[in-house]
Design a protein around this ligand. Structure first.
Ligand SMILES: [Ca+2]
Ligand SMILES: [Ca+2]
Ligand SMILES: [Ca+2]
Length: 439
């Protein structure tokens, strides 16, 4: 069943008043055991006032269903992690307000100050994601913002400001619907290269009419659009990048990519990094680094491309970590509702999806997952998994009881021991983790 037929199927079910059946089938939030700690929302008390603008005006443009990313970065190198929040903007012809990304400086006392204008980032763009990396090795982190339209590269001057170097760096004159991006040094020359995920071929002029009821417009699933290749840019070391998408073997115009994560086989991160790309309604990719500037997709052989039923799921977010503390990598990939998350463990040349055994499968089946991250939320030495859930279309509210799905925090501490039978081995507290309040 594809996403559209699922949504239409749900519409059909609801039209014969079977919502109680949906609830009985498990479309209710799973009960959560107390993790033994609490998160407290300090957004407003810390001085952060941010509202995301998707530009939605009723036209139901596809990019409104995604976005947007954010990053912790210490842009001024004062030892305190600052916050960057990416934003969209109003669509052409429907301009009502100005909205930009926001950079918040960490004051070191639990509060933040909006320094967007001061930093030179008060620029409108339809932002989607962000990747932070020091591409010129001057010690100051630089910012790549993925966009609908033209992606933007901002060089950190080291004086609290940024300069848009998109065109001079060679990243200009490329319009797309970019989503996630990753800085990584695939050829190990000491210079960060740039991988950018693209979703589908879409523009306001080529928007497709999709409808759940045959009358009113709804958001299309990606199946309505052709895919688009991801991009790989090699860092030349002189402030410019070379597009090596084709020569590196990355080119694939069938992909509809939303998430990317680096997979490093060596624990000390000194190896040749591979890439994992989560694709929406298309097979996921595992780009194996051939150590000669090229990559080879091994997702099908390894068993990451499809679900265990052989279906391409709606891959969204992806994260990689050794969540077993066993020395082997694990991968989490979020998917659409009515699809479980993928939770893969590598063993030899293949991987196994252990989502169901690990308790993540059923817990995630009725929710639509977007971003996900492994984190040790209670510092017990075991990585937990946090998943941001949502939905793409408020029309679904009528049909699906889990429209307002809460985000998931799945505690793997218990699972690793009980399900995988591994002996508890504590990880040292990660001094490099991004703790903004330094406690
Ligand atoms: Ca700082
Ligand atoms: Ca830099
Ligand atoms: Ca490099």
């Amino acid at each position: 069943m594809n996403r559209r037929s699922f949504l239409q199927g749900m519409a059909g079910l609801a039209s014969v008043s079977q919502l109680p059946l949906l609830r009985a089938l498990g479309a209710v939030p799973p009960t959560a055991a107390s993790p033994g700690f609490r998160f407290v929302d300090v957004t407003s008390s810390s001085g952060i006032q941010f509202q995301h603008n998707s530009g939605a005006f009723g036209g139901k443009f596809l990019p409104e269903t995604l976005g947007s990313g954010c990053a912790f970065l210490d842009y001024d190198r004062d030892g305190w992690q600052d916050i960057l929040l990416i934003n969209g903007m109003d669509w052409p012809g429907h301009k009502q307000r100005r909205s930009t990304l926001r950079l918040y400086h960490n004051n070191g006392n639990g509060s933040f100050t909006d320094v967007t204008s001061r930093a030179g980032l008060d620029i409108e763009m339809y932002g989607m994601g962000v990747a932070v990396g020091d591409y010129d090795n001057d010690g100051f982190p630089d910012i790549l913002v993925t966009c609908v339209g033209q992606n933007r590269l901002f060089h950190n001057t080291g004086k609290g400001t940024f300069v848009d170097v998109t065109n001079s760096s060679g990243l200009g004159k490329r319009l797309g619907f970019s989503t996630s991006a990753l800085w990584f040094d695939y050829d190990r020359d000491g210079l960060l290269d740039l991988f950018i995920c693209n979703y589908v071929k879409w523009s306001p002029e080529h928007d497709v009419f999709c409808s759940l009821d045959g009358k009113h417009k709804s958001y299309c699933t990606p199946e309505a659009y052709r895919g688009e290749t991801c991009w790989l840019f090699h860092n030349r070391g002189n402030g410019t990048f070379e597009d090596v998408t084709a020569s590196s073997g990355i080119f694939d115009s069938s992909s509809k990519s939303l998430g990317v994560a680096m997979l490093n086989k060596d624990k000390d991160q000194s190896g040749w990094p591979d890439l994992l790309v989560a694709n929406d309604t298309q097979p996921n990719k595992l780009y194996r680094n051939q150590r000669n500037g090229t990559f080879k997709d091994a997702a099908v052989e390894v068993g990451l491309a499809f679900s265990s039923e052989g279906k391409a799921r709606a891959g969204m977010g992806v994260d990689v970590a050794d969540f077993e503390n066993s020395g082997r990598s694990g991968v989490a990939i979020t998917n659409f509702d009515n699809e479980m998350m993928g939770l893969y463990l590598f063993g030899g040349r293949t991987s196994e999806d252990v989502a169901a055994q690990a308790g993540v499968g059923l817990a995630s089946k009725n929710s639509l997952g977007f971003g996900c991250v492994f984190l040790d939320s209670n510092l017990d030495g075991w990585l937990d998994l946090a998943v941001a859930n949502g939905h793409i279309d408020e029309t679904v509210r009528t049909f699906v009881a889990t429209w307002d799905t809460p985000s998931h925090l799945c505690c793997f501490s218990t699972m690793a021991k009980e399900v995988f039978g591994t002996s508890p081995r504590k990880l040292a507290a990660d001094s490099n983790s991004q703790r903004w309040d330094a406690d």
